[in-house]
Ligand binder design. Structure first.
Ligand SMILES: C[S@@+](CC[C@H](N)C(=O)[O-])C[C@H]1O[C@@H](n2cnc3c(N)ncnc32)[C@H](O)[C@@H]1O
Length: 280
């Protein structure tokens, strides 16, 4: 059980990007993890997950580190799917569940979502990766660095919306286990509206977590909302995968699912849409 907490956004946004080296991927900024691995220690990594993942050469340490430091390939599948399927985020309330780098939520923010919340199991991931990535991509702090401006000709710079720190007022950041985070959201005295869209990539690798994941989706999704889940068809060595999760959902009898896309290169991957059985 991993306790949940909300991460406050520092007033001084320069602090968020302090000591961070950024690189670009699919047109978005991201914290360069190889640098983080060399620099993030002590207080900045109070969970010790950066050193543990490096020393064990492992992208997953169940219950300790759940993979949020790196960007998993299904994130890019889901980003492609958003443009192909013309998924609209305008005015939507969105959750990036198991966000890691948070690229999915960042795309939603850039797509003019009304609110975007980010959740990761690990607090270090939220502080050292997710939050810096949101600041770098969605506020003008991110585009003020010299090398970055060079890459973006001024004429092509977006005029407003994503250029202001206001974007951050649309965001909230949470770390902790899924059940614990949904408890926190539902019991907090801050107003909470259920999500129109929940985005989640590479979060069904471990069948031990299916119950918590299922119940979190059931508790947090709006009655007519949609979940877009991107996953490998099978996770060798961990045991989870799309068929097992599909079967789990069927047995619970709360949601309907449909596989809306399969990707056949390398390990087979797919995108599943999930909605309440009685939704419109
Ligand atoms: C493999 S990573 C994928 C990260 C990111 N979505 C991506 O595609 O790059 C799995 C993510 O799910 C989250 N996660 C996994 N199990 C969890 C659990 N039991 N409770 C809360 N979060 C969990 C972790 O925080 C982690 O970021």
């Amino acid at each position: 059980v991993k306790a949940a907490r909300e991460h406050n956004i520092p007033k001084d946004l320069n602090k968020v990007l302090e000591n961070k080296v950024m690189e670009t991927v699919s047109g978005l900024y991201r914290v360069k993890v190889s640098v983080l691995e060399m620099t993030c220690s002590g207080d900045a990594d109070s969970e010790g997950i950066v050193s543990k993942s490096v020393s064990s050469h492992s992208d997953l340490i169940p219950g300790v580190y759940e993979g949020g430091l790196k960007i998993w390939e299904c994130t890019f599948d889901l980003m492609h799917y958003f443009s192909e399927a013309e998924i609209q985020f305008t005015n939507k309330t969105v959750l990036d569940l198991g966000c890691g780098a948070g690229l999915l939520g960042i795309v939603a923010l850039k797509g003019k979502a009304k609110r975007v919340h980010f959740q990761d199991y690990n607090s270090t991931v939220i502080d050292e990766i997710t939050l810096p990535n949101v600041v770098a991509n969605c506020t003008d702090r991110g585009s003020s660095g010299e090398d970055k401006t060079a890459r973006k000709p001024p004429a092509k710079r977006p005029k407003k919306a994503e250029g202001s720190p206001d974007v951050l007022t649309k965001c909230r950041f949470f770390s902790g286990g899924w059940s614990e985070v949904s408890q926190l959201l539902l019991s907090s005295n801050k107003p909470f509206a259920k999500y129109d869209i929940i985005l989640t990539s590479e979060t069904i690798y471990n069948p031990d977590y299916y119950s918590a994941l299922h119940d979190t989706l059931a508790q947090l999704l709006d009655k007519n909302g949609r979940v877009y889940l991107a996953s490998k068809v099978h996770y060798f060595g961990v045991g989870g995968g799309i068929y097992l999760f599909e079967k789990f959902i069927e047995e619970r009898n709360v949601f309907r699912t449909s596989v809306v896309k399969t990707i056949d290169q390398g390990l087979q991957r797919c995108i599943m849409e999930i909605a309440f059985k009685d939704s419109s």
